[in-house]
Design a protein around this ligand. Structure first.
Ligand code: MF3
Ligand code: CO
Ligand code: CO
Length: 262
């Protein structure tokens, strides 16, 4: 398969990988508390993914370019102004009011399930809560735009218009992606765009939608570790991600959690 499911075995494999990835996000929630380090959260997720789920954590030693260093942990933890690809560290201890994205990708029988959500350590500030909520709404509006016959531009437009109506901005340098036996496959799923533009969706396609939305300007900066992406203005950023399968009627959300209904 590329990022297109054409038989029942591939569909079942992607459903299972998605379900297992979602279970990691459900498991880790109670551990997100002031005083814990992001490396502690990584260790718990790593053990759960390997020992309980019998899966491979896809980020560990992952390279997105031959010249860059491999990712050194099993999950991404992106705190406050970190946009994405935050590296868990025993030096990074959560403080009351911190918000963070935990991004999990598992491989089961060769199939990838990729999903992320926002968490808060203690009680969040009003802006952090609003940014996280609007970003989740952006993901949901993107998912609602999915059906065979719609276009990638329809997804991007749905996300961008909701973010900007709330005076937030859309990160452009990172996007959703086709996913299947390959972690990051074609197509690129942009989180901005024009209705009706871009690739037409077909039944059986599997890809992620993972909007990164900033409280301030959309501009970002890469840290010298060559992974951590932060907002240029150091204002807050939020992200939510699901892996979806295109159906005739709409989207099957493969990484749906029990707290969600689609
Ligand atoms: N899970 C991320 C995504 O949504 C990719 C993380 S790559 C890593 O595509 F190496 F940083 F883990
Ligand atoms: Co992804
Ligand atoms: Co991800």
């Amino acid at each position: 398969m590329s990022a297109k499911v054409t038989n029942e075995a591939d569909a079942a494999g992607m459903r299972e990988a998605g379900r297992l990835a979602a279970s990691v996000l459900e498991m880790i929630g109670e551990y997100v508390q002031p005083g814990v380090s992001t490396d502690y959260l990584n260790d718990i997720c790593h053990r759960f993914i390997v020992d309980e789920l019998d899966c491979i954590p896809a980020p560990l030693n992952y390279r997105n370019s031959p010249s860059a260093p491999p990712f050194p942990r099993s999950i991404c933890t992106s705190v406050n102004h970190v946009v994405c690809h935050g590296i868990p560290s025993d030096k990074k201890t959560l403080k009351t009011g911190d918000c963070l994205n935990i991004d999990v990708t598992v491989i089961k029988d060769g199939y990838h399930g990729d999903t992320s959500k926002m968490y808060f350590a203690g009680k969040p500030r009003v802006l952090a809560e609003r940014l996280a909520r609007v970003t989740q709404e952006c993901l949901y509006r993107g998912i609602e735009a999915v059906r065979a016959g719609a276009t990638l531009g329809d997804i991007g437009h749905a996300i961008q218009s909701h973010a900007e109506a709330n005076h937030f901005s859309v990160v452009r340098e990172f996007c959703g992606h086709g996913i299947g036996k390959v972690f990051h496959d074609e197509p690129q799923v942009l989180h901005y765009g024009r209705r009706g533009s871009g690739l037409t969706l077909e039944e059986g396609m599997t890809f992620t939608i993972e909007p990164m939305i900033n409280a301030g300007s959309r501009h970002i900066k890469m840290l010298p570790d060559q992974w951590t992406v932060v907002t240029k203005d150091h204002k807050l950023s939020a992200q939510w991600e699901h892996t979806i399968l295109v159906t005739g009627q709409g989207a099957d959300v493969l990484t749906q959690r029990s707290e969600e209904s689609f």
